[in-house]
Design a protein. Sequence first.
Length: 82
Amino acid sequence: MTIWRRFLAEFQHIQSRLPHPLDRFDDTGKALLQQRVLSLIERQLPITLVLPAFPCKSPNRVDKVLGAMPDRAEELALERLE
């Protein structure tokens, strides 16, 4: 399996998909991603991705959060990456 195909398989496994027709990955995004990733592979550079994060919690502990621990959205996001 080529590096590109392996990368694409992993990427598609973790990516969030919108319902069609809002999801344009198959139509346009995949080709753009392939162009960028292959450029990095050819130059033997690392493929760097951005990890969506939850940098801070709302200070509103009455209506928004129950405490300092991760909430369910954060737990689900982390589970998806494992």
